[in-house]
Design a protein around this ligand. Structure first.
Ligand code: ATP
Ligand code: MG
Length: 415
């Protein structure tokens, strides 16, 4: 399967906060051809930096598209950088010089020396006509890899990509007749543990595995493009069975359903409702639950009880429990969940309480110590965690693990 790399050239683009209009557009168009983008890099306007980026990109992708740095000014150096990377001279394209001459003379002006720079290409490459501006694009082939240089102005980038690059790529990399995607969502499992199940699939012909970890939730995407002869359906079945076997109760869905969506499904199927009591997550878990469209059918409400008094007065946590075990304890977590369940008249409730840091840790309960409790019909259970990381991560991990244990308890309860 062909892969693509995108180089965003321009010193202004090296500010990671600067929005990039070209990358997302190219990614979507390449996606139509089944070509994934595996590398995106931002590169300053310097010949050596551009050359190094082009060399690196050509090593990891069959299609490399660079945007920017093709204009007439001295800081437009993409051709020079690409030429240095490939060992090719920068030359004028006579056809595009003629086109530029015709265009500017039509406007009653001569073609200036600077203007002519916009007809420069790499020796032995092809000029790509620009229907929306003056700088031509360049397409050059090396060892079966394609390097395409396009202007940075988004309108021009898109115009050349659509009219000249896409048709060439479609010929070179015909769309596979069939592509299947399995999107697994996995919760409550460290990445390294999931890795055991995924490892046998790495490097297998026609199978691409990508993993996106996010605070206790893993998104694993299998893109299957096995040759039709081997039966894509069979490979897909094998992937699904393998994930189900290896990940067991941690497998939330194989269709990309998020943890909070799966929780909603499980509650609805049982005509059950849920309430939350949150301390260290500050409402994060409730936000996740409420973010699912239609949550009103099962989500009754949530109490963010941060202070001990709030835990006592709003959730009915006994003062004696707080005194004897502390706010960060399995006992308090259970009392919080019981309180939320009773006050909201919910079928299920989940709570969180912990030390998110950076302060507040002790020897017995260091930063990252978190308890989550789940209570439901004939069900009471507290879970203890020791999460790594800084405050925001501890909060997200706490919310995800609390929702994971709630989902699991609901799912395993009688329908
Ligand atoms: P020009 O002929 O205008 O100099 P160029 O090919 O040399 O075009 P640049 O000079 O790199 O391209 O960029 C031209 C304009 O397009 C600048 O305003 C730049 O900020 C903008 N631009 C470049 N790349 C991107 C991008 N990836 N997303 C959005 N805007 C971009
Ligand atoms: Mg420029």
């Amino acid at each position: 399967m062909a892969r693509a790399a995108l180089l965003l050239v321009g010193s202004e683009m090296t500010d990671p906060g600067r929005p990039d209009a070209n990358g997302p557009y190219a990614r979507a168009r390449l996606g139509e051809l089944g070509i994934p983008v595996v590398l995106v890099a931002r590169v300053e306007d310097r010949v050596e930096a551009i050359a190094a980026a082009v060399r690196g990109a050509l090593e990891s992708a069959e299609v490399v598209i660079a945007s920017g740095g093709l204009g007439p000014t001295g800081d437009d150096l993409t051709r020079e950088g690409a030429g240095a990377a490939l060992g090719r001279a920068v030359v004028e394209d006579p056809g595009w010089v003629a086109e530029l001459t015709r265009r500017v003379e039509g406007l009653g002006r001569p073609l200036t020396e600077a203007g002519r720079r916009q007809a420069l290409i790499l020796e032995g490459s092809e000029a790509l006509a620009n229907p929306a501006g003056f700088a031509c694009g360049t397409c050059v082939e090396r060892d079966g890899h394609l390097l395409v240089l396009l202007p940075g102005v988004p309108r021009e980038f898109r115009a050349i990509l659509d009219t000249a690059v896409m048709p060439r790529l479609a010929l070179r990399f015909p769309v596979r007749p069939e592509v299947r995607v399995v999107r697994a969502v996995v919760a409550g499992l460290p990445e390294a543990t999931a890795e055991e199940t995924l490892k046998p699939w790495y490097g297998r012909e026609g199978v691409e595995v990508s993993i996106l970890p996010s605070a206790g939730v893993l998104h694993i995407t299998y893109t299957l493009t096995a040759p039709p002869a081997s039966g894509l359906g069979a490979v897909e079945g094998e992937v699904r069975a393998d994930l189900a076997r290896g990940l067991g109760a941690h497998l939330v869905s194989l269709e990309g359903r998020e943890l909070e969506e799966a929780l909603g499904d499980a509650l609805l199927r049982r005509k059950a409702t849920v309430a939350l009591a949150e301390s260290c997550t500050g409402g994060l878990a409730a936000h996740r639950v409420a973010s699912v469209p239609g949550a009103s059918r099962y989500f009754l409400g949530s109490v963010t009880a941060y202070a001990n008094e709030a835990k006592r007065d709003l959730l009915g946590v006994p003062a004696a429990t707080l005194q004897a075990h502390g706010a960060v304890s399995a006992e308090t977590a259970l009392a919080m969940a019981r309180g939320a369940r009773a006050r909201f008249l919910a079928t299920w409730a989940v709570s969180t309480t912990g030390v998110a840091g950076p302060d507040g840790g002790s020897e017995e309960k260091p930063v990252g110590t978190v308890f989550a409790a789940v209570v439901g019909p004939g069900y009471e259970r507290a879970h203890a965690f020791r999460f790594p990381g800084e405050r925001a991560l501890v909060m997200r991990l706490s919310a995800n693990y609390a929702l994971y244990h709630l989902w699991r308890a609901v799912k395993e309860a009688a329908p």
